[in-house]
Design a binder for this molecule. Structure first.
Ligand code: FES
Ligand code: FE
Length: 439
């Protein structure tokens, strides 16, 4: 059967075929067409600060090493030995000068290059054997304000093109304060959910709707019996660029309020004026609002110095969540620690709010075991895409946070990448000449 992904998604009428959350052939196509071609988030620069420091992570199901070679260079390469395929590095993170494979002792440098192996002379005497042909396969690497991305696609557009005007919105968390940001040490978790990776990615790209119901019980201890945070379609937006999406409102201190720490709210209030002076009122509202975002395909976050996470695919029915807490470097240490604890209390494997989400995503996935069930479509018809609320704002902006607009555009992008033979067939949003003019 020829697989045409655009047949599974109808973004005009807002329906999605459930088989994309279950079918193993579709999942394999995702690995090739989406994960092997996209710019994927692999690390924050603060995780690989000193030369020789490294972490291991995943690009799709490919295990990779992210290693800093020197002050200017971060390399990303496959974590699988080209000799017999063994995993080269088993540590989550560390510091060193080379990576030595456990099986026969081949040793690789901080750029993945093959440096030496036992009995090297027996290889060097082989006609045509060249050390430089047998390094660990390297990815292209680029950064945006502390976030490190990599792609195995030779002909992918630049990271700047891939993020496009979404960078203007990203600055609301990455460039709100002098000194840049960091992932907090000790604020990271890994957990596994038995769900398809797209359910959490689509939840973060634009589904504030679920918070009114799923998180009602969980948020009462922090927000009070009747919530206290506004989620309405007045004063709220969804923005989408190249499948990346961010939904937000003007309810300042929204996300941070769910952490249930009044000192954090006081701290954020104390920073509001300076952040407004730096970014303008629109983006300072985004910084503090009830909001969530996904950078296509699987990197999501809650703005307001909160959880940043990747949804790593582990087969069509399993997802590994890697999560961290992002804060400005110049934030006082005691406030950093309060953000870390607040983030752990709410969005960690035992967090008040994460457990509610996980149960839903797991059942949304497992229900598709039924053949008849699997052949029904899901509804993404909430609130037709709004008109451009303000043509001077970058990206595709629709008014109203309670909407499936971003999710429809996420699946539109998904289908475009799944069906495109090459990058030339994948449409890229035009970048604004001067996004600052939008303020
Ligand atoms: Fe790595 Fe043999 S498999 S050295
Ligand atoms: Fe949620």
């Amino acid at each position: 059967m020829t697989l045409i992904a655009s047949n599974f998604v109808d973004w005009e009428f807002g329906t999605v075929d459930r088989r994309i959350f279950w079918d193993s052939a579709i999942y394999e196509r995702e690995m090739e067409q989406i994960f092997a071609r996209s710019w994927l988030f692999v690390a924050h620069e603060s995780q690989v600060e000193a030369p020789g420091s490294f972490i291991t992570t995943y690009m799709g199901e490919d295990s990779v090493i992210v290693a800093r070679a020197d002050a200017q260079t971060i390399n990303v390469f496959l974590n699988s030995c080209p000799h017999r395929g063994n995993r080269v590095c088993f540590a989550d993170s560390g510091q060193g000068r080379q990576f030595t494979c456990n099986y026969h002792g081949w040793a690789f440098g901080l750029g993945g290059e093959l440096k030496k192996m036992p009995k090297m002379g027996l290889y060097k005497s082989t006609p045509g054997f060249r050390m430089e042909d047998w390094g660990l396969k390297r990815a292209r690497v680029a950064t945006y304000k502390g976030l490190v991305f990599a792609t195995f696609s030779e002909d992918a557009p630049s990271l700047d093109d891939w993020l496009g005007d979404f960078r203007w919105y990203l600055d609301a968390v990455l460039d709100a304060e002098d000194g840049g940001t960091e992932f907090l040490p000790g604020g990271a978790t890994r957990s596994v959910m038995r769900c398809n990776w797209k359910f959490p990615a689509d939840n973060f790209v634009g589904d504030i709707y679920h918070a009114l119901w799923t998180h009602l019980g969980g948020s009462e201890p922090t927000l009070g019996r009747h919530g206290g945070v506004k989620v309405e379609n007045s004063g709220s937006y969804q923005v989408s660029v190249n499948g990346h999406g961010w939904e937000f409102n003007d309810s300042f201190l929204g996300n941070a309020a769910t952490m249930g720490d009044r000192d954090l709210l006081r701290y954020m209030r104390s920073r509001q004026e300076a952040i407004t002076a730096r970014l303008g009122k629109f983006r300072s509202d985004m910084w503090g609002s009830v909001a969530s975002a996904t950078i296509f395909p699987n990197f999501s976050f809650l703005p307001g110095y909160f959880t940043f996470r990747t949804f790593q695919p582990k087969g069509p029915l399993k997802t590994e969540i890697h999560a961290w807490t992002l804060v400005p470097r110049n934030m006082p240490d005691d406030i950093k620690d309060r953000f870390r604890r607040g983030s752990m209390r709410t969005f960690s494997p035992s967090g008040l709010l994460e457990m509610d989400d996980g149960e839903n995503w797991e059942h949304s996935t497992s229900a598709n075991a039924g053949w008849v069930t699997r052949n029904q479509r899901l509804c993404y018809a909430m609130a037709p895409e709004g008109e451009e609320v303000d043509a001077s704002l970058p990206g595709t902006v629709s008014s109203g946070q309670l909407s499936d607009a971003n999710q429809r555009l996420f699946y539109k992008r998904w289908a475009e990448m799944m069906d495109a033979g090459s990058w030339a067939d994948i449409p890229m949003a035009t970048k604004s000449a001067n996004v600052e003019a939008a303020e």
